[in-house]
Design a protein. Structure first.
Length: 266
């Protein structure tokens, strides 16, 4: 498992960053600000950024600045700030390439049952974060984790990101967090994706960012190991998932409240 700095006993860790790497300057600014916040609050931090977004609703949606260029941005974040980095992969062929630049390979929720993808990721030896499919029960994620472990890699994390509710909504069943923790792996709550409103008729995913604090507080209260938050300087102009992102200026206040809640329930 990756080493996470500044981790007082019982504290949660944070995966945060833009949905997709839009450019080096933007990524570095976000990383710098989040590093300062998390160091002050003693929260272990992992910078998150997709080098490419493959699962877009429309053909004309932004997918990235180029694979190698974006991966080098992630590498620069790691080397500059000394924090681990995580990115999504979408096919078995991408695993080895991405593993050269990042510390954690993330399996998107829609792909969490793809055996070839899980096995290829596992073989890199990197920590593998598997996002729970919107269509799966929490206990069914044991089988996804088993595919990684049985390939010879015990470095697994699992992420709750909501369950499909009707055609255009998601709900979070907080019972799933302790259920998945029984497998023995860290469990993360993806706060911002849990508030997506997918399959909008416009072809652009909606969201309810006004509930980010509510979802995050509830997750910390039930003992989640980590929090996943996509953040941007100006979500209104973000090139992916802006409708459910947290504005960067609000991050410090939210994390301060979450630390207090975790301390209160220790």
């Amino acid at each position: 498992m990756i080493e996470l700095k500044n981790n007082p006993a019982g504290n949660f860790f944070l995966l945060a960053g833009p949905c997709v790497i839009e450019g080096e300057e933007m990524a570095m600014r976000i990383a710098e600000r989040v590093v300062k916040i998390t160091e002050a609050l003693q929260i272990p931090y992992v910078f998150k950024g997709s080098y490419r977004k493959a699962n877009r609703s429309r053909l004309d949606s932004f997918t990235g600045i180029g694979d190698e260029k974006a991966l080098k941005v992630l590498q620069k974040v790691r080397e500059t700030f000394g924090v681990p980095t995580v990115t999504d992969i979408h096919s078995a062929e991408e695993a080895e390439m991405a593993a050269e630049y990042v510390d954690i390979l993330q399996i998107p929720a829609f792909l969490c049952r793809q055996t070839d993808l899980l096995v290829a990721a596992a073989k890199t030896g990197k920590t593998i974060n598997i996002k729970k499919g919107q269509f799966l029960s929490p206990l069914a994620m044991q089988f996804a984790a088993d595919k990684v472990v049985e390939t010879g890699n015990k470095n697994v994390m699992l992420t709750e990101r909501g369950t499909t509710f009707g055609y255009q909504d998601l709900v979070v069943d907080y019972r799933g967090i302790p259920e998945m923790q029984t497998f023995g792996y860290p469990v993360i709550l993806d706060v911002t994706h849990s508030l997506q409103q997918p399959n909008q008729t416009s072809g652009v995913t909606g969201g309810m960012p006004q509930l980010i604090e509510t979802i995050a507080k509830a997750g910390i209260s039930v003992g989640v190991d980590g929090i996943f938050i996509e953040t941007h300087e100006n979500p209104a102009v973000a090139k992916s998932d802006g409708a459910n992102m947290l504005k960067l200026d609000l991050l410090e206040g939210l994390l301060t409240k979450l630390v207090r809640i975790r301390e209160a329930i220790k």
